[in-house]
Design a protein around this ligand. Structure first.
Ligand code: NAD
Length: 351
C-alpha cells in the first residue's frame, strides 16, 4: 500500500520542532537539545523515535507527567559510580547531561557506572553511545520502559514488558564508530505506530492480537484491549529484556513495569557502563585486533555492514534529499502544535 508523505529539510524540521517546544513552555536550551535529538533520530532512519514522539511529549507536559524544568538530581557520586534521579524530566536532556558527567569520570578513572532512573522517555539510545564514542570511550546501555506493556515474554500470550532497548558503542581509530542499538522486541512500538500511520502491515512473527493469536495488523497493538509484540530472537530477546528491566531499573532504585500503565508518562531508566580503552592500557592491541576481526568478518561478502553503517547512510541521504514524514504523523504534530498556540507549522512539500 502506498501512502502520502511530506519531504522536510533538516533545518525546517528542526526549527518547527524547536518552536513547538518553546510554545509549550520548555526552556530554550532544553528545547534545542530535544529538537536536535528528535530530528537526528529521523535523519538516522529511526522515525519511531523522532518527531512522531512530539504529540506524546506535548500531551504529557500538559498533564504534568513530563516536567521540562526537572534537572539531573545526584543521588550518589562515589568513585566510579554516579546515580541520578530523573524526576520525570525531559529524557533527552537528562540522559545527555548524565552521559557528560559519566564521560568526565571515565576519562579520569577509566570506568564509570552511570545510573539514570525515572526519567521521561530518553529517545534513541544510540545517541548516547555516539556521545561516548565521540570522546574515544566504549559504552554499554541497558534501558527499561514503563508505559503500556507492549511485549510478551517468550511463551506468553499477552504484553507484560516494554521494548527495553540495549545499545553498545565502540570507537574506532580513523573510522566511524560501531553503534549497536535496538529494542529487545521484534520491532520498536514506534515502528509499529509508523506502519499503522502509513497503512502498512507488519511482517508475520512480529505481533500477537489481544487474544494471543498471530497478526500482521499493526492496529492490533493499539486496540483496546491491545495485542503484544513478540521478543527479538524468541527466548534470547526475552532474556535480554529481563536484564534491562532488572539492571536498567530495579538495580538503580528505578520503577519497573509491574502491571498496567500507571500513568500517561513514558518512563525510562538506564544503566550505562563507560569504559576508557586508553586507561585499560590495552588500547593499541585492542585497536589492531578489532580491525583484523572486522576485516575477517567482511571477507564473508561485500554485503556485510557494521552496526551504525545503515544509520550513517540514511543520514547522508536524508541530509541531502530531505526527511520524509508521512501525512498522518504530520497531522498529529500539527494538532499538537495547535494545542500550544501554533496555527501553522508551514514546513515541507507534499509528494
Ligand atoms: P533496528 O531493528 O533498526 O536495529 C538497529 C541496529 O541494527 C543498529 O545498531 C543498526 O546499525 C543495526 N543494523 C541494522 N541493519 C544492519 C545490518 N545490515 N548490518 C549490521 N547492523 C545493522 O532498531 P529497533 O529495534 O527498531 O530500534 C529503533 C530505535 O528505537 C533505537 O534507536 C532504540 O534505541 C530506540 N528505542 C528506544 C526505546 C526507549 O524507550 N527510549 C525503546 C525501544 C527502542
Amino acid at each position: 500500500m502506498s501512502f502520502a508523505f511530506k519531504i522536510v529539510s533538516e533545518r525546517d524540521l528542526r526549527n518547527a520542532v524547536h518552536s513547538i517546544f518553546l510554545a509549550a513552555g520548555v526552556p530554550s536550551p532544553a528545547a534545542d537539545l530535544v529538537a536536535d535529538h528528535l530530528v537526528r533520530a529521523n535523519l538516522t532512519g529511526h522515525d519511531s523515535h523522532g518527531i512522531g514522539m512530539i504529540p506524546t511529549y506535548i500531551h504529557n507536559i500538559a498533564a504534568g507527567e513530563l516536567r521540562p524544568d526537572a534537572a539531573l538530581e545526584t543521588v550518589l557520586d562515589h568513585g566510579a559510580i554516579l546515580l541520578f534521579e530523573g524526576n520525570q524530566g525531559f529524557g533527552q536532556v537528562l540522559a545527555h547531561d548524565a552521559m557528560a558527567r559519566g564521560i568526565e569520570r571515565a576519562q579520569r578513572d577509566g570506568l564509570c557506572l552511570v545510573g539514570l532512573r525515572n526519567s521521561h522517555h530518553i529517545g534513541r539510545i544510540g545517541q548516547y553511545a555516539e556521545q561516548c564514542t565521540a570522546e574515544g570511550l566504549i559504552s554499554l546501555h541497558f534501558v527499561n520502559v514503563v508505559s503500556d506493556p507492549s511485549v510478551a515474554p517468550f511463551g506468553g500470550r499477552s504484553a507484560r514488558l516494554g521494548t527495553n532497548p540495549i545499545a553498545i558503542g565502540i570507537p574506532r581509530e580513523g573510522e566511524a564508530p560501531i553503534i549497536i542499538d535496538f529494542a529487545t522486541s521484534r520491532w520498536a512500538v514506534g515502528k509499529v505506530r509508523v506502519a499503522y500511520n502509513a497503512g502498512r502491515p507488519v511482517p508475520p512473527g512480529t505481533l500477537l492480537d489481544a487474544s494471543g493469536e498471530p497478526t500482521t495488523d499493526p492496529g492490533a497493538l493499539f486496540a483496546k484491549p491491545g495485542g503484544a509484540l513478540l521478543p527479538l530472537g524468541e527466548h534470547k530477546g526475552w532474556c535480554l529484556s529481563l536484564a534491562c528491566e532488572l539492571l536498567g531499573a530495579a538495580l538503580l532504585g528505578g520503577r519497573t513495569q509491574k502491571g498496567p500503565r500507571p500513568s500517561d508518562a513514558v518512563l525510562n531508566s538506564m544503566l550505562t557502563v563507560i569504559i576508557s580503552p586508553e586507561r585499560l592500557q590495552t588500547e593499541s592491541a585492542f585497536r589492531a585486533e578489532m580491525e583484523e576481526a572486522i576485516r575477517w568478518a567482511k571477507t564473508s561478502s561485500e554485503e556485510v555492514r557494521l552496526p551504525g553503517d545503515p544509520e550513517r547512510a540514511t543520514l547522508a541521504t536524508r541530509r541531502a534529499e530531505g526527511i520524509p514524514v508521512d501525512v498522518n504523523t504530520w497531522a498529529q504534530i500539527e494538532e499538537a502544535a495547535r494545542s500550544v498556540g501554533i496555527a501553522d507549522l508551514g514546513a515541507g512539500d507534499h509528494s
